[in-house]
Write a protein that binds this ligand. Structure first.
Ligand SMILES: Cc1cc2nc3c(=O)[nH]c(=O)nc-3n(C[C@H](O)[C@H](O)[C@H](O)COP(=O)(O)OP(=O)(O)OC[C@H]3O[C@@H](n4cnc5c(N)ncnc54)[C@H](O)[C@@H]3O)c2cc1C
Length: 472
C-alpha cells in the first residue's frame, strides 16, 4: 500500500450522496478519488423521482410559506412512527434548507409547482416538497459539469466502471481500498478518509432477503445497488441495523408476477387526488381497509398485512365508464385495452368468473361485492368508508392486481452524528464515513415513506462531509 498514491478523500459511489461529497471536498482543495462501479455517474438518480423536502427555504419564503426545521422534524418523527433516528433526522432537517438553497443558487431546474404538498406519501403539514422538472436527472445535469470542473482542475480523479471490493485496515483504521476494473484487473488506493456512498442493496435479492427477510418485488433499482459497500464494511466489523423496518407502496402495478418485476404503471389510489370508486380485495377475496382511508401509512400497513402483500382493485362497467381514470402514469408504452392482455388486468362477465381469472375464491368475491353494495345502500360500510359513488353490479367486471413493494432498502450501516461508521460495539471505525442509502432508509424514514427523506439527507450528508466534516 505505502507506494500507492495517497488521496485526501476516497469516495465510493458517484451517486446522490457521493457527487455532492466529492464536489464540496474538492472545492475545499482536497485531492479526491471517486470510484464508481457503473460506466456513468448518477446512481439511483437515473431512476428516482428525487423528491426532496426542506423547511425554511428561500423558495418557501418567496411564496409566503411560514415553515421551520422544528415543524419538519416533528412531521418526520410523526410520519416515521417514531422510528427514524432522531439524531440523524434532526441533522438532516436542520441542514435541508441550506441544501435546497444551494441547489437554487446553482440554478437547479425546480418544477415551478414546488414547494407543494404531495399526497403520494403521508402529507407534511406545510408545502415543503420539491423536485426537478426532469426528476433525478435534473440533479445529475446540475452536478455533472461541477464534477467535470474539479476533474479538469486536477482535484478529482474519477475511476468509472471500477467496482470497490474491500478496505485496507491498519491498527483498526481504514487506510485504503481495493477495487476491480471492468477488464478484471485489480486496483488499489490509499486514503486519509474513505466515504461510503455506494447506495443500497435493492438489486441484490439474496442480501435483501438476508437483511430485510422479505421478497424483493419491484425492479426499479439502480443495477449496481448490490450492497457492496455495506458487505465490505460489515466485513471489517461495522454494525448493520434497521432490517426489520419496512414500508410498501399501494400505487404500483408490476409488469409480471415473477419477482423482482419491472414496474408497469402507477394507479391513483390516493383519496386526496382521486376518491376511490372501486373496492380492494386480498387473496381471500375480502376487503381489508376503507379504500378512502386518508392516512396512507394505514393503507400501506393494511396491505402489508395481506397474503403476498398484494390486492385486487375491483369494479364494474359503470365505474369504468363514469369514474376518473385510475391509471396515474405508465412506465411503459400505455395500453388502451389492457384487460386480459396485461398480466395484472382482468375482465369477466360475472364476479365469479372474474375471481376464477384472478385465482380468488369465487363465492368469497361475490359475497364481498354484495356486502359492499349493501353497506353502500345502508350508508353503513363495514370499514367506515364514506366515498361510495356507485354500486358494483353491472357487468362486465374488472380487476387490477396491485403489488405492494419497496423502492429503497431500510436496513443499513449504523453511523453517529458525525457520519462516522460504527462497529458492533458502537465505536467509530477510524477514517470511515457513510451517507445515502448505505446507512438504510430506516434512519431518516423509520418504517414509512417520509417524503423526500432519502434524497435530501443523501445530498445533505454528502455535502456536509465535503464541506465541514472531513479533515485531511
Ligand atoms: C424509482 C425510485 C424513486 C425514488 N424516489 C424518491 C423520492 O422521490 N424521494 C426520495 O427521497 N427518495 C427516493 N428514492 C430513493 C432515493 O432515490 C435513493 O435512496 C437515493 O438516491 C440513494 O442515494 P445514494 O447516494 O445512497 O445511492 P445512489 O444514488 O444509488 O449512488 C450509489 C452509487 O454507488 C455506486 N456503487 C455501488 N456499488 C459500488 C461499488 N462496489 N464500487 C463503486 N461504486 C459502487 C453505484 O453505481 C451508484 O452510482 C427513490 C428510489 C427509487 C428507486
Amino acid at each position: 500500500m505505502a507506494q500507492l498514491p495517497l488521496y485526501d478523500v476516497i469516495i465510493i459511489g458517484a451517486g446522490t450522496a457521493g457527487l455532492p461529497a466529492a464536489i464540496c471536498a474538492a472545492e475545499r482543495g482536497a485531492k479526491v478519488l471517486v470510484i464508481e462501479a457503473a460506466a456513468d455517474i448518477g446512481g439511483t438518480l437515473h431512476w428516482s423521482s428525487a423528491q426532496m423536502s426542506a423547511a425554511g427555504t428561500r423558495r418557501q419564503k418567496e411564496r409566503g410559506i411560514d415553515d421551520n426545521a422544528d415543524l419538519h422534524f416533528a412531521d418526520v418523527m410523526r410520519i416515521s412512527n417514531g422510528n427514524a433516528n432522531p439524531v440523524l433526522a434532526r441533522l438532516a432537517v436542520d441542514q435541508a434548507a441550506a441544501t435546497l438553497d444551494w441547489l437554487d443558487d446553482l440554478g437547479f431546474d425546480f418544477d415551478p409547482v414546488c414547494p407543494t404538498i404531495f399526497y403520494g406519501h403521508q402529507a407534511y403539514g406545510k408545502p415543503r416538497t420539491y423536485w426537478g422538472r426532469d426528476l433525478g436527472l435534473s440533479l445529475i445535469a446540475l452536478f455533472r459539469p461541477m464534477l467535470e470542473t474539479q476533474i479538469r482542475a486536477g482535484r478529482v480523479t474519477l475511476w468509472l466502471s471500477t467496482r470497490f471490493q474491500s478496505f485496507e485496515v491498519e491498527n483498526g483504521a481504514v487506510i485504503g481500498v481495493n477495487a476491480v476494473r471492468a477488464n478484471g484487473s485489480a486496483v488499489s488506493a490509499r486514503g486519509k478518509s474513505v466515504v461510503l456512498t455506494s447506495g443500497g442493496y435493492a438489486a441484490n435479492t439474496d442480501l435483501y432477503r438476508e437483511i430485510q427477510n422479505r421478497t424483493q418485488y419491484q425492479k426499479a433499482f439502480c443495477p449496481t445497488a448490490r450492497g457492496d459497500g455495506l458487505v465490505a464494511a460489515r466485513g471489517i466489523g461495522a454494525k448493520v441495523i434497521n432490517g426489520h423496518l419496512y414500508t410498501i407502496s399501494t400505487l404500483t402495478v408490476l409488469k409480471d408476477d415473477v419477482f423482482p418485476s419491472p414496474l408497469s404503471l402507477r394507479v391513483n389510489t390516493i383519496p386526496q387526488n382521486r376518491p376511490p370508486w372501486e373496492i380492494w380485495v386480498n387473496d381471500h377475496g375480502e376487503r381489508f381497509v376503507a379504500e378512502d382511508e386518508p392516512i396512507i401509512d394505514k393503507r400501506e400497513k393494511a396491505l402489508e398485512a395481506q397474503p403476498h402483500k398484494r390486492m385486487w382493485i375491483v369494479f364494474d362497467d359503470v365505474i369504468r365508464r363514469d369514474s376518473p381514470d385510475i391509471v396515474l402514469a405508465w412506465f411503459e408504452p400505455p395500453m388502451t385495452e389492457p384487460y386480459n392482455t396485461h398480466k395484472a388486468f382482468f375482465k369477466a362477465d360475472t364476479p365469479e368468473a372474474l375471481a376464477k381469472l384472478c385465482g380468488l375464491p369465487p363465492a368469497a368475491l361475490a359475497a364481498t361485492i354484495a356486502d359492499y353494495n349493501k353497506g353502500r345502500a345502508d350508508d353503513a360500510d363495514r370499514f367506515g368508508r364514506g366515498h361510495m359513488p356507485r354500486s358494483i353490479s353491472q357487468g362486465p367486471f374488472y380487476a387490477i392486481r396491485q403489488q405492494g413493494g419497496a423502492l429503497s432498502t431500510t436496513g443499513g450501516l449504523a453511523i453517529d452524528g458525525a457520519l462516522r461508521v460504527l462497529n458492533t460495539q458502537s465505536q467509530p471505525i477510524a477514517n470511515l464515513y457513510a451517507a445515502g442509502e448505505v446507512i438504510g432508509a430506516g434512519q431518516t424514514m423509520g418504517d414509512a415513506a417520509v417524503g423526500g427523506m432519502m434524497v435530501t439527507p443523501a445530498l445533505t450528508f454528502g455535502r456536509l462531509l465535503g464541506q465541514t466534516i472531513l479533515r485531511w
